[in-house]
Design a protein around this ligand. Structure first.
Ligand code: UD1
Length: 384
């Protein structure tokens, strides 16, 4: 048997890869693998704290590609990963999600005629201006085995000509991680106190919202970022907003001179939070506002109302079966959606409804992935 080369590069990859590697270790017999980190994310707050908390093994190699344009980042990963593949000689390459590291690794493997395994296949926003959408389409096009998180993904793949026998509906590995660590979530009051909140007991008691923003279309130009911060400030006047900001978003707030919109009496601007702190914060919030994909999924399982500040979502099951509402980025739409939730009592203390779990978001997705790979071991593990 040869190992499966597993590739991570960014913060949302770690929560997806951790349960897969744990399932490979727990499989009888164990499924051999090697982990490679591309180094796309490199700040300790975006990388090391997640590796440690989630129990990911030290990577066999770190390609240390760092920041750069999409082309530079992708090209560097491709070059450096090619060299690692010469050394490791894996039977196949496994990638997760939709970031630049995902597509770069998938392309290198496909060019070497190595089977590509993609976890979180078939999600489509329909918006090709989103870098992740391009990454999803290209990764799926060169993948040999495609694991999906929701039923609709197989229809998207069928439309793109993927044969049904290459698609396996496995469920959501991100939720495996959420379930596995449920007893380690940090209560919001601790995170608020550590972050310098003026009233770390009062905010959770009276209610607070959590916001995350990092989509380039929302934060890379002054106008949309300012518009969103003003809209969020309208909410903050009634429900203080805790805002753990991505390093790029934080940098842009400073660059565009927008700090003046963040009044510390009703906003708490934080650095990116460790996983257990972030999930604990969302669990204890009355409302989450986000443009992240993963947060739409996590709030669904936590049962917390989520307003998604985008025009589309590649994760429609979080709307049809979860707590997510897709409201776009117009200030009137944001204000209207927040008022509607407030007026229907959804934001009151104790108003949380039972979380509804989409099909197969049951904490066992990675086990199904390990089993599916073992059943196909001739191809994906080079086993006789
Ligand atoms: C990437 C993913 C995005 C994912 C997000 C999660 C792509 C195309 N985008 O976006 O899908 O939702 O990760 O966080 O792959 N930076 C730091 N420190 C870091 C990482 C980034 O300061 O550890 C700053 C740098 O200025 C860097 C910029 O953020 O140039 C952009 O980072 P990059 O990895 O290119 O994309 P993200 O915006 O993080």
């Amino acid at each position: 048997m040869n190992p499966i080369l597993c590739v991570v590069g960014t913060r949302p990859n770690y929560m997806k890869m951790a349960p897969i590697l744990a399932a490979f270790d727990a499989h009888v017999p164990p499924i051999p693998y090697r982990l490679v980190h591309t180094g796309q994310h490199y700040d300790a707050a975006m990388e090391k704290v997640f590796f440690d908390a989630l129990g990911l093994p030290a990577p066999y190699a770190n390609l240390a590609v760092g920041p750069g344009s999409h082309a530079v980042q992708t090209a560097r990963i491709m070059e450096r990963l090619d060299a690692v593949l010469d050394e490791v000689r894996p039977a196949s390459v496994l990638v997760v999600g939709d970031v630049n590291s995902t597509v770069a690794a998938a392309l290198v493997a496909a060019k070497r005629n190595l089977p590509v395994i993609h976890v979180e296949s078939g999600l489509r926003s329909g918006d090709r201006t989103m870098p992740e959408e391009v990454n999803r389409i290209l990764t799926d096009a060169v993948s040999d085995l495609l694991f999906t998180t929701e039923r609709g993904a197989a229809d998207n793949l069928a439309r793109e000509g993927v044969a049904p026998d290459r698609i396996v509906f496995a469920g959501n590995v991100m939720i495996d991680t959420l379930d596995r660590h449920a007893d380690r979530f940090v209560p919001a009051r601790e995170t608020l106190a550590r972050g310098g909140c003026p009233d770390p007991e009062g905010w959770p008691a009276r209610g607070f919202a959590v916001a995350t923003l990092h989509r380039p279309s929302n934060v890379d130009a002054a106008e949309p970022l300012e518009r969103l911060l003003v809209a969020l400030d309208g909410i903050a006047r009634e429900l203080p907003v805790v805002f753990p900001a991505h390093p790029r978003t934080r940098g842009n707030i400073a660059r565009f001179g927008l700090e003046r919109l963040i009044d510390p009496a009703r906003w708490l601007l934080l650095d990116p939070l460790p996983y257990f702190d972030m999930i604990g914060l969302m669990r204890d919030a009355r409302l989450v506002l986000t443009d992240s994909g993963g947060v739409q999924e996590e709030t669904t399982v936590l049962g917390v109302p989520c307003l998604t500040l985008r025009e589309n979502t590649e994760r429609p099951v979080t709307v049809s079966a979860g707590t997510n509402r897709l409201i776009g980025t117009r200030p009137e739409a944001i204000a209207g959606a927040w008022r509607a939730l407030r007026d229907e009592g959804a934001l009151a203390a104790g108003a949380r409804r039972e979380a509804r779990r989409p099909e197969l978001w049951d904490g066992r997705a990675a086990i199904r992935i390990a089993e599916a790979l073992w059943a196909r071991r001739t191809r994906f593990l080079g086993a006789g």
